[in-house]
Ligand binder design. Structure first.
Ligand SMILES: Cc1cc2nc3c(=O)[nH]c(=O)nc-3n(C[C@H](O)[C@H](O)[C@H](O)COP(=O)(O)O)c2cc1C
Length: 186
């Protein structure tokens, strides 16, 4: 069993997008709101931001690999985390994560925990406009929405490339608000 957490237990999933650093503010804001957090990262997310930062901000070790040692309980950390979380939030959700979720993949820590959970999922996508507008991404997002996933943004704004268009991650406040709303509904 994963110890602790009370009634406001949230798993924050971080992907390999430029906006991954915004997970820091999401984590800090949710903790200030009294939530107990666990963080899961994709391998590529770790190219953008270090697990050490997210461990410090969340107050707990970060799950980056379902095979990693030191998971709490019986070594099935992904199952335990899937059951522990009342709400999941993926920030900033990459086109790749969206595709993998839409097709039911469980090929890394993030997708495995999410597939092993019945808790609601809030997705905050962030990507270049061409990726967001690609028919494959459109179909994947539609499939996830039809399954009850709560997609927040993206919004029109300045992108990492310097261009302006739809694909900028929604404001952290909007992501936090939706996550807390799902917690209230859980
Ligand atoms: C510098 C750089 C920035 C990137 N930014 C984004 C991004 O904002 N959104 C996105 O969907 N993919 C972005 N990518 C591509 C993803 O990192 C790539 O698709 C990766 O496979 C995502 O892995 P993950 O979904 O497992 O985290 C970027 C790649 C690089 C090299």
């Amino acid at each position: 069993m994963i110890a602790g957490g009370g009634e406001r237990r949230i798993a924050v999933h971080v992907c390999g997008s430029v906006a991954a650093y915004k997970a820091c503010e999401v984590i800090t804001t949710l903790r200030k709101a009294g939530c107990e957090l666990r963080v899961v990262m994709t391998v590529n997310a770790q190219r953008f931001i270090g697990a050490t930062s997210l461990q410090a901000l969340s107050g707990h070790p970060v799950l980056t690999d379902v095979w990693q040692e030191g998971t709490e309980g019986h070594g099935m950390g992904h199952i335990e985390l899937g059951a522990w979380a009342q709400v999941h939030v993926a920030v900033a959700a990459s086109a790749n994560l969206i595709a993998r979720l839409a097709h039911g993949f469980a090929d890394d820590a993030v997708t495995t925990v999410l597939l092993a959970s019945r808790a609601p999922l809030v997705l905050a996508p962030a990507m270049e406009t061409a990726m967001w507008e690609h028919p494959a991404t459109r179909a994947n997002v539609d499939a996830l929405r039809a399954r009850g996933v709560h997609v927040v943004g993206p919004v029109i704004g300045r992108l990492a490339s310097g261009a302006t268009g739809e694909g900028r991650m929604a404001d952290v406040s909007a992501v936090v608000e939706e996550t807390l709303a799902r917690l209230g509904a859980a």
